[in-house]
Ligand binder design. Structure first.
Ligand SMILES: *[C@@H]1O[C@H](CO)[C@@H](O)[C@H](O)[C@H]1NC(C)=O
Ligand SMILES: *[C@@H]1O[C@H](CO)[C@@H](O)[C@H](O)[C@H]1NC(C)=O
Ligand SMILES: *[C@@H]1O[C@H](CO)[C@@H](O)[C@H](O)[C@H]1NC(C)=O
Ligand SMILES: *[C@@H]1O[C@H](CO)[C@@H](O)[C@H](O)[C@H]1NC(C)=O
Ligand SMILES: *[C@@H]1O[C@H](CO)[C@@H](O)[C@H](O)[C@H]1NC(C)=O
Length: 550
């Protein structure tokens, strides 16, 4: 860096060069920015054997030992980095206010399972009046995770010693729904990669893995009640997720405060269901009055198909404990239904005049099943836009109109009394050369022409990495740190939306994620514009540090 600073000295970048922070001077920023955070110049150094204790009145939530272990490991990793510095310690204890040897955690109440109503709030106090003891108070175990995450991010090195400034944080999420979609149909994703993604979500205080598990390319969900669906519909019978594996992933996510919401998208996007779904499952398409051998969406005229879905969802309901189920409903092509004479006859008999009404028959069937299973459900926006009748409890996920027309859809959805999740501007699978996180960062989910009542119906948002061009080889690199921009928009105060002040913080946070083994790409700023961006002084070693990920 010395070389670069000298090289650029004298041009307009001197200011930026001054701003470059060598590893031992990292600021200890917290990402996403807490709702309230007061940092002072006073600092404490950390004892390498820092202890975690629960206050006697706190209930013993079952995931606490795992949380403590993980954060103890992460905090210890800072000592490895500090001692690997080539410079000698020249620390003088007198300048520090004290040595932190204990993190005391108080929990009000165990929730045990993350849910839509989870309470993620916490307060964190470092420094006076008790410099040797950090006090973390959380409403539930999720706030313990978030508080320890914030604390760990605050560690920076002063005189080569891991230190934390005296700080008071009061923090809670702005939106309860902070999701991320992965797609395991276009490409199979190894379980270790899914777990690493869950870990990264948790570090970024995102709380939902939206698992788009099946689609037209493959059906990797291995059902026990309908094993032929994956046996015939997966790429190979080895590239499946067994119920045992899924339960393991869900438990892994629970330990990190992340919900797993599965999506079984119907009636479109279902080609891979065809072979295992039986001869009546998909609609045969006709040309010139004859079946042409191709198939369209699920055939909504047969009761057997609803029965199959009920059987499947009854099992899915037991496997995925979250109270939400994503029912899909996007991009249903009507052409094949239109061509099929049995469907035409069914529609005439049942007085259906539009294909949206036919779609409604199917969606109503899915909604009835979800209702019987006491599941809440999310649907893609088409279900609403096509005029399918859905209850007010339905959550509508808005995904179209990246250019800005999503605002009209958000307005329409909330005006009709439905809850909404915004995804349109956060399709991270759409990539181009250069920096794009700033575009994600300035999005405001309530920025549509709605009333205060309508804004209350915005549950949050979801970023997405559709799977056409990613698999285990590149998905994490492509998601991070771009998704961190979305994470901050969904967690932090509405006013935290300026890329300028966020840029250095995000650079630092990306570097910390690297140090923890997450292969987050250098995508914060073009180093031709400013050479100090993208450089990360921490040794990145995904093979050595992978244990932080899964
Ligand atoms: C933390 O404390 C150090 C040492 O006093 C000081 O240089 C630094 O500015 C403080 N950080 C913040 C963010 O205030
Ligand atoms: C979380 O719990 C705290 C008290 O511990 C309460 O003040 C806050 O309103 C709760 N938040 C939510 C979203 O329920
Ligand atoms: C058929 O539907 C139309 C409009 O949807 C309605 O006006 C008509 O009464 C219905 N006829 C029967 C027989 O249900
Ligand atoms: C659904 O929301 C609309 C708009 O807020 C409202 O008029 C209607 O009464 C609600 N329906 C139910 C069943 O709550
Ligand atoms: C927002 O609503 C107001 C009042 O209904 C209207 O005057 C204005 O044109 C709308 N703005 C947009 C951008 O639609």
């Amino acid at each position: 860096m010395k070389f670069l600073s000298a090289f650029f000295l004298g041009n307009a970048l001197t200011n930026a060069a001054d701003r470059f922070l060598p590893p031992w001077q990292y600021d200890g920023t917290v990402w996403p920015l807490p709702q309230s955070m007061a940092v002072t110049q006073e600092f404490q150094i950390l004892d390498a054997n820092i202890q975690f204790v629960l206050t006697p009145e706190s209930p013993q939530c079952d995931i606490i030992p795992d949380i403590f272990q993980r954060y103890q490991d992460l905090i210890r990793s800072h000592f490895k980095i500090a001692s690997s510095s080539s410079k000698k310690l020249k620390f003088s204890a007198s300048s520090a206010a004290g040595i932190i040897d204990t993190i005391e955690v108080k929990i009000i109440n165990c929730e045990n399972y993350p849910s839509q109503n989870m309470n993620e709030s916490y307060t964190l106090q470092v420094g006076s009046p008790t410099p040797e003891k950090v006090e973390l108070t959380a409403s539930a175990e999720w706030g313990v995770i978030h508080g320890l995450e914030s604390f760990t991010q605050m560690i920076h090195n002063i005189d080569y010693r891991p230190s934390v400034n005296s700080t008071m944080i009061t923090d809670w999420p702005r939106f309860p729904f902070r999701g991320f979609l992965i797609d395991t149909s276009r490409h199979y994703l190894p379980i270790s990669v899914i777990k690493a993604q869950i870990t990264a979500l948790s570090w970024n205080k995102m709380n939902i893995l939206h698992w788009h598990i099946v689609d037209l390319q493959s059906f990797p969900y291995e059902s026990q009640v309908l094993p032929e669906l994956s046996f015939l519909g997966s790429y190979t019978p080895l590239h499946v997720y067994t119920i045992h594996e899924i339960k393991d992933i869900i438990e892994f996510a629970r330990l990190r405060g992340v919900r797993v919401v599965p999506e079984f998208d119907t009636p479109g996007h279902t080609d891979a269901w065809g072979p295992g779904g039986g001869p009546k499952f998909l609609t045969p398409c006709y040309r010139n009055g004859e079946p042409d051998g191709s198939h369209g969406p699920i055939n909504p005229i047969y009761q057997e198909n609803y029965d199959l879905m009920r059987k499947l969802f009854t099992e899915v309901n037991e496997v995925f404990r979250d109270s939400y189920l994503h029912l899909g409903g996007d991009e249903v092509p009507f052409g094949c239904w239109k061509s099929n004479p049995d469907i035409t006859a069914y529609m005439a008999k049942n007085n259906l005049t539009t294909y949206a009404q036919l779609e409604q028959v199917w969606v109503q069937g899915m909604v009835d099943i979800a209702h019987d299973l006491k599941k809440n459900y999310v649907v893609w926006e088409e279900v609403f836009v096509n005029g399918v009748k859905i209850s007010n409890e339905t959550v509508v996920e808005v995904w179209k109109g990246r250019s800005g027309t999503w605002k009209d859809t958000m307005n329409a959805v909330t005006k009709s009394g439905h809850k909404a999740i915004l995804a349109s501007p956060w399709y991270l699978n759409i990539i181009s050369y250069g920096v794009d996180w700033e575009g994600y960062y300035v999005i405001e989910p309530t920025d549509f022409n709605g009333t205060a009542e309508q804004n209350k119906l915005v549950m949050g948002g979801s970023a997405a990495m559709w799977g056409e061009f990613v698999d285990g080889t590149n998905i994490l690199q492509r998601i991070w740190p771009r998704a961190s921009a979305v994470a901050e928009r969904l967690w932090s105060d509405k006013s935290v939306n300026q890329p300028g002040p966020a840029r250095w913080r995000l650079n630092e946070w990306r570097c910390k994620m690297l140090a923890r083994g997450l292969p987050a790409q250098p995508a914060i700023q073009n180093p031709n514009v400013n050479p100090n961006f993208g450089y990360c002084p921490y040794p990145f070693d995904p093979f050595n540090n992978a244990h932080y990920l899964f």
